[in-house]
Ligand binder design. Structure first.
Ligand SMILES: [Zn+2]
Ligand SMILES: [Zn+2]
Length: 264
């Protein structure tokens, strides 16, 4: 059994065949998917997808790209919306200095509100960080100092220092299809240094399809390809890697019931 800890099933890329995409994932052994919120405004459509598939759960939050559009989203609102049984995480929130689509101060303010919601609910915060290593590390240190909160550095593509800071502060590190790209030697080196009990895999579908699908639309079934490369990278069998990442997943996303037996 595998789990896709991060995908975007609400994106229009999937609107024609969402049911088929979920079915292909389940057929490939991906028994749980978390579809990740990027706008609280659109949360109802995410929730609807989670409610219509037993294998799909969701998060609630504002992506840093959309931080300026949702400056009115409070910690209280996030906490309130997260009470639905299908909501298992807060986010994705964080800092994206590569695209800089929202002013940096709006990104940081929104991010800290999401941190407060994660701390209050105990739900893991899904963190998006791109080209923002120093500020991300500083905020994580500062906020953890006020009180620990569970988190995951999703689609990890930052430097070694941020991975180390994340692990030191109790966080998990999730690898996407980027890990399978030829040029990702440095990233594979970082993955080898992450403690095994902090490793996760994800697709970030529809983006970042792993090899051999690079450049095509990604989907949750393909998380198996990233898992295969991660297994090779850290030197374990594929089955052991599935067990490691799935155990980690259910420890972190603790609100989600673990499926029993072969179905469910
Ligand atoms: Zn992201
Ligand atoms: Zn995402």
């Amino acid at each position: 059994m595998l789990v896709d800890s991060h995908c975007h099933l609400d994106f229009p890329d999937f609107s024609d065949e969402r049911d088929a995409v979920v079915a292909r994932a389940v057929a490939a052994g991906v028994r749980r998917m978390v579809t990740i919120s990027t706008r609280v405004k659109r949360f109802p459509s995410i929730l609807e997808i989670a409610e219509s598939h037993a294998e799909v759960y969701c998060s609630v939050g504002t992506h840093p790209h959309n931080a300026a559009e949702e400056t009115d989203v409070t910690t209280e609102e996030l906490v309130h919306l997260s009470q639905h049984p299908k909501v298992v995480a807060i986010g994705e929130a964080g800092l994206d200095y590569f695209y800089d689509r929202a002013p940096r101060d709006a990104q940081a303010t929104g991010f800290r509100r999401h941190i407060a919601a994660a701390r209050e609910t105990g739900l893991p915060l899904v963190i998006h960080s791109r080209d923002a290593d120093a500020d991300m590390a500083a905020i994580l240190e500062d906020e953890t100092g006020k009180g620990a909160f569970p988190f995951i550095l999703h689609c990890f593509s930052s430097g070694r220092g941020l991975a180390e800071t994340g692990v030191k502060l109790g966080g998990y590190v999730s690898f996407s299809g980027i890990l399978t790209f030829k040029k990702s030697d440095e990233l594979r080196k970082i993955a080898r240094n992450v403690p095994r009990d902090r490793l996760l895999v994800e697709t970030d579908a529809p983006y970042l399809a792993p090899q051999p699908f690079r450049g095509k639309r990604n989907e949750p079934a393909y998380v198996a390809y990233t898992a295969m490369v991660l297994a090779e990278t850290i030197g374990v069998e594929a089955g052991e890697l599935s067990a490691i990442t799935t155990d980690n997943f259910f420890r972190l996303f603790r609100k989600m019931p673990r499926p029993n037996g072969r179905s469910g």
